[in-house]
Write a protein that binds this ligand. Structure first.
Ligand SMILES: Cc1cc2nc3c(=O)[nH]c(=O)nc-3n(C[C@H](O)[C@H](O)[C@H](O)COP(=O)(O)OP(=O)(O)OC[C@H]3O[C@@H](n4cnc5c(N)ncnc54)[C@H](O)[C@@H]3O)c2cc1C
Length: 290
């Protein structure tokens, strides 16, 4: 299957990217790894007069690790997350999540910002971004604006990005070195999008939970924070927290989507199971069995 004809543009700078997007308006689309966009073009589910390939822009290729966190430029591909050992200390959720994304061929081409901009509700990295409290650097013809991850996703495959804007980078703040993390999901086959999944971040003082964030994916139109479950965890004793009850709270009141793979009720049950598994993994004593 072939896409409808389009003009291929390969700008060399971020300024040229936003200028092309401004000139073409709704008739142009950013092309990053192409792992989601190209199949849709090939199947003629969508068409654009111009594709603006951002992967040749040097200034978008940076992966910067600092004391504050990790800044991932828009041309950074998923496999870089798995192949950068420093991330296990700076932002372990990034390599943990990357391992669940598709197959290695997809991780070799797909980009971190592409996954977040594409905003598939079943994708791992959007959920990571809301759990860590990431900041989106959105570049447009008038300059760059910062958007909290919590405000970025507006619906299935939709975000606050305008057609002349590009997600230039994402800043993931560093959590304390005592924090523990987990990504758990259920998919029909290895490499498929998850039916439902959970991203868990927990910090403790050794006795009690001092900070908790849980992100859910596949369970709504956008990635979701499980606020009631987080509130129940915060201040709870590490050794006596009722994980089953917290997991129940995490999906309480949700109305997950229904499709060929799972009914709404099954998705909610899977959601509770992955939250419980993620919490158990994140609360396991360091050095314990994995
Ligand atoms: C078989 C298969 C299995 C997959 N499994 C998973 C999975 O389990 N989990 C998962 O998360 N993903 C999965 N994916 C999708 C993969 O992660 C994609 O790489 C990702 O969704 C999109 O990234 P991309 O760089 O390929 O973006 P593209 O396909 O190039 O673009 C996707 C969309 O995002 C827009 N876009 C891309 N980058 C930017 C940017 N910087 N600024 C503004 N807009 C931008 C494009 O215009 C387009 O609308 C799978 C894909 C396939 C084909």
């Amino acid at each position: 299957v072939k896409p409808a004809p389009f003009t291929y543009l390969a700008p060399a700078t971020l300024g040229e990217v936003t200028a092309e997007l401004a000139e073409w308006g709704d008739d142009a689309k950013v092309l990053a790894g192409g792992q989601s966009l190209v199949p849709m073009l090939n199947l003629r589910l969508t068409r654009f007069d111009a594709l603006v390939d951002i992967t040749g822009v040097d200034e978008l290729r940076a992966l910067d690790i600092t004391d504050d966190g990790v800044r991932v430029g828009a041309a950074t591909r998923h496999h870089v997350l798995e192949e950068t050992p420093e991330l296990w200390e700076a932002a372990p959720l990034l390599p943990l999540a990357a391992a669940h994304i598709g197959h290695f061929q997809i991780r070799n081409r797909g980009t971190v910002c592409g996954s977040v901009a594409h905003a598939d509700p079943a994708a791992e990295l959007p959920a990571v971004s809301i759990v860590l409290g990431a900041q989106m650097e959105v570049a447009g013809p008038g300059g760059t604006r910062q958007v909290d991850a919590a405000d970025f996703f507006t619906g299935t495959w939709t975000t606050v990005l305008d057609s002349d804007e590009v997600l230039a980078a994402i800043r993931f703040p560093r959590w304390a070195s005592t924090a523990r993390f987990a990504v758990e999901e259920v998919a029909r086959r290895e490499g498929d999008f998850a039916i439902a999944g959970a991203v868990v971040a927990i910090d403790t003082d050794g006795q009690a939970i001092t900070r908790a964030a849980i992100g859910l994916f596949g369970l709504g139109e956008t990635p979701l924070r499980a606020r009631a479950a987080e509130a129940a965890l915060t201040g709870a004793s590490v050794s006596s927290v009722d994980l089953e009850e917290v997991a129940r709270l995490a999906v309480d009141g949700l109305d997950p989507p229904e499709d060929l793979h799972a009914s709404s009720g099954l998705r909610a049950r899977i959601g509770a199971a992955v939250v419980q598994r993620g919490l158990a993994r994140a609360l396991r004593p360091a050095g314990g069995p994995s």
